[in-house]
Design a protein around this ligand. Structure first.
Ligand code: PPE
Length: 305
């Protein structure tokens, strides 16, 4: 990975190589922690903006509420520090990773009394599923692993430990020669990708699983819902089945890291024409224009660095 200079840790900036933790760090052992993935884009020459920063900070704090973690900094402080991390590292386009984790002053499952720590890192990160994936689409498989149950893992939270499930699915998909995995929820309905929400297009209408399907409430997903309103594309949120995906005209994944990535094949079935679909292309085009500040109507989504 490409490194940057400094990481903000518990209130101050430290050099990249010194942002380390003790081996008995609670979160390392048990996975109790929350994080965010945010992108910053270049909007003009020498100008950058963070996409939907407020929504990401809100979700970070909500994730902490869900898990019962008290973040020792105010929301406004975290919001401003994220901007500062990009500035300090002189980054134009980057990925930003705030993480709230439990320290090493106490072991055992009882989290009461364990220090709550916060770090914010940022580094350059290109297309998550490859430039070719963005343009031509990726190949995915339905995972043999089931997504979380909503009352086993509280899926409104973006929690560190939950990603074991994502990693199992991703590793299996890659091992079998696919780019990404799609997970079904415990009822057998389509939930999401290992790190992305999912949409399909059928008969001119878009559809995405509603938020009771064990999926994360994605901020890119929400942005696509608004973009579709603007483009006058009808979207339905509901239950989605695996066979619905197989016979869809278009399928795409959304996420901060993955941005908007078309899917061209699922479980050996070609989706639509086997290329990026027309509707996917129009949503993708508008998304990339918005994040780079080319739509005045959506300027409210950009926090200038
Ligand atoms: N579902 C999951 C499970 C998920 O991890 C993400 C983001 C999404 C949906 C999309 O959410 P949003 O980014 O708000 O649109 N996954 C993050 C982590 C990726 C990683 O490899 O790390 C991300 O995209 O930043």
């Amino acid at each position: 990975m490409e490194k940057s200079e400094k990481i903000w840790l518990d209130g101050k900036f430290v050099p990249w190589h010194e942002a380390n933790v003790h081996i008995l760090t609670h979160t390392l052992h048990y996975g109790m922690g929350v994080f965010e993935g945010i992108r910053c884009y270049q909007t003009k020459k020498k100008k950058s903006a963070i996409f939907r920063l407020q929504e990401h900070v809100d979700r970070l704090f909500n994730s902490a509420i869900v898990l019962g973690i008290e973040i020792p900094f105010a929301k406004k402080k975290i919001f401003n520090t994220i901007l500062q991390v990009v500035r300090e590292n002189k980054l134009e386009e980057c990925y930003i990773r705030p993480i709230v984790f439990l320290g090493h002053n106490q072991m055992g499952l009882n989290p009461n009394g364990v220090d709550v720590r916060v770090a914010i890192a940022a580094w350059p990160w290109g297309a998550y599923l490859g430039d070719e994936g963005i343009n031509k689409g990726i190949r995915v498989r339905v995972s043999s692993f089931t997504r979380h149950h909503v009352n086993i893992s509280l899926t409104r939270a973006k929690a560190c430990g939950y990603y074991i499930n994502s990693i199992l699915a991703k590793a299996e998909a890659v091992r079998d020669g696919y780019d990404e995995a799609i997970l079904l929820d415990p009822q057998g309905y389509v939930s999401e990708g290992s790190g992305e929400n999912i949409f399909l297009l059928s008969k001119g209408r878009l559809k995405t699983p509603d938020l009771s399907c064990s999926n994360l409430e994605g901020i890119t997903r929400d942005s696509v819902l608004d973009i579709c309103k603007h483009l006058k594309i009808k979207v339905e949120e509901g239950h989605m089945t695996r066979d619905e995906l197989y016979i869809a005209d278009e399928v795409f994944l959304t996420g901060t890291a993955a941005e908007i990535t078309p899917v061209r094949e699922i479980d050996g079935r070609t989706i639509g024409s086997g290329k990026r679909g027309k509707v996917t292309a129009s949503i993708q085009k508008m998304f990339f224009e918005i994040v780079r500040g080319k739509h005045t109507k959506f300027k409210k989504w950009l926090a200038e660095v």
